[in-house]
Design a protein around this ligand. Structure first.
Ligand code: GLA
Length: 359
């Protein structure tokens, strides 16, 4: 399939955006805290043309599904919710979007915690911006993408994924202060590279998931502590007055935030890795967003020679682990770790570095 086969015309424009992997700072973004993501090589590509009737037509090559939506339809809770959300929010900004045909292809893994939805939102918004000459900057696109996810896909998320997809590259980490939305690129620790392995356990975060519940718990904790957000607490002891489970949730956020603040000071790889390992423990025991499969994968990575540190990345409840490893060794380390993971009874997948397929 291609655009012309599906829609019978040629596209007018195309745009793309990457998925992201978060190195440190998990579940801190909706607490006004700090995060440290990087873009991954995998991208989502959209091609856009004009519709010949009064409906939008969206085709996903991954799902091999065509969905038609008119302006007053209820938006189906499928991949189109992200696209329709973006279109409607751009219109709310005052830019009319006529009916379009939109074709999506993507190699960002779905359900691995690498922000396939943010990649789709930012690719769509970039495409709309190009086609209709809309003067919105990259940060504004991220804000619209986040709102689309909250209002139209039911995930009460923070802004990390959309800012990473819109503003990060694969050669550095993007330090974001999610309260002020100030950001800057930082180099990876000297002599390192990134490895990402999918645990094979698909995560699903939207409505009804533990994700929204965690966010509500953090807000309740902040209220009880009398602060605007958990970002305002520096001392982990301050959370001791809270009842469980709010105490452990808040402890994760406060310690995680402190880990990012330490990590931004150009640390040696060994110390950065220790912070990643501590982050995993905190996600597992305090935030309770890990799973046995993810814990097994993180432990295997942490024990593998050449790995400085490894942790669950993304929203959790399944998904992938990120590891910081000795540079140029990621491929070898990944093969070794995945073989051990398989011997433990699981099926994983190396996502970064990308395996080159010759066809
Ligand atoms: C998901 C959300 C982000 C962030 C992470 C956890 O990816 O979309 O906003 O909260 O989970 O760090």
């Amino acid at each position: 399939m291609n655009f012309q086969r599906v829609f019978g015309t040629l596209p007018k424009t195309h745009a793309s955006a990457p998925g992201r992997v978060n190195l440190l700072g998990e579940h801190t973004d909706y607490n006004d805290g700090f995060v440290l993501p990087s873009a991954i090589p995998q991208r989502t590509l959209v091609q856009i043309g004009f519709s010949s009737d009064n409906r939008h037509h969206f085709y996903s090559a991954e799902y091999d599904e065509l969905i038609n939506v008119s302006d007053d339809d209820t938006i189906p809770q499928k991949f189109v919710s992200y696209i329709c959300g973006c279109i409607r929010l751009v219109e709310k900004e005052g830019y009319k979007i006529p009916p379009i045909n939109l074709y999506i292809t993507s190699n960002v893994p779905i359900g691995a915690g690498l922000s396939s939805s943010a990649a789709l939102e930012i690719a769509t918004l970039r495409g709309l911006r190009a086609l209709f000459n809309i003067p919105l900057d990259d940060l504004k696109l991220a804000q619209i993408g986040q709102l689309a996810e909250i209002r139209y896909a039911g995930l009460n998320c923070g802004i990390m994924d959309q800012m990473a997809s819109s503003l990060a590259d694969t050669n550095s980490m993007l330090l974001i202060d999610t309260r002020t939305l100030k950001y800057r690129a930082l180099p990876f620790p000297t002599g390192t590279e990134i490895l990402v392995i999918d645990s094979g356990e698909t995560h699903k975060l939207a409505a009804g998931s533990g994700y929204n519940q965690r966010r509500a718990e953090c807000e309740a904790a902040a209220q009880l502590l009398g602060v605007k957000a958990l970002r305002d607490i520096d001392e982990p002891q301050a959370v001791e007055v809270l009842p469980e489970p709010l105490k452990k949730r808040a402890r994760h956020v406060v310690t995680e935030n402190n880990r990012v603040l330490e990590a931004m000071k150009s640390l040696p790889a060994e110390r950065f890795g220790q912070l990643m390992n501590a982050s995993h423990t905190s996600q597992r025991d305090d935030y309770e967003v890990s799973t046995p499969a993810v814990d097994a994968l993180a432990a295997i990575l942490q024990e593998t020679r050449g790995v400085f540190g490894a942790r669950l990345t993304g929203g959790g409840f399944g998904g992938a682990c990120v590891a910081l490893v000795e540079s140029t060794k990621a491929g070898v380390i990944a093969s070794e770790a995945i073989a051990r993971y398989q011997r433990a009874g699981y099926t994983g997948r190396i996502l970064v570095p990308q395996v080159q397929v010759n066809s």
